[in-house]
Design a protein around this ligand. Sequence first.
Ligand code: HEC
Length: 103
Amino acid sequence: MRVLIVLIALGLLTAPASAQDPLRHGRALLQEFCGSCHAIGSHDRSRHKGAPPFRTLGRSFDLDDFPRLLARGISSGHPDMPEFRFGDEDAHDASAYLRTIQQ
Ligand code: HEC
């Protein structure tokens, strides 16, 4: 039993970030940087009541443009929302995840 636990822990610790599933990576990024305000899942509610849930972003944004927006730096002009800037790969993965939750 103990051996099994150690193997599982090693597997998690040694998996390089680039080998991650892009969608999981994208979700993790959004959870980390945006999840404190925006709902990032299919059913959850935004923690900041003024922040739209990400599953509706496709209504006001062309998601084809979203990787570029994220990489250029996104700021909604809302004082509560800090400006974010993602690297190309992060922007791509985050946008790929966003596509999967659109309603
Ligand atoms: C501190 C809270 C906070 C964080 C963190 C935050 N946002 Fe926001 N965001 C807001 C609020 C509040 C609004 C609504 C602004 C408004 O209506 O003027 C908003 C609006 C937006 C909009 C515009 C939505 C629309 O339909 O007009 C986008 C896109 C957006 N956020 C993306 C992000 C992304 C991507 C992240 C993470 C990288 C993020 N936000 C992190 C608070 C936040």
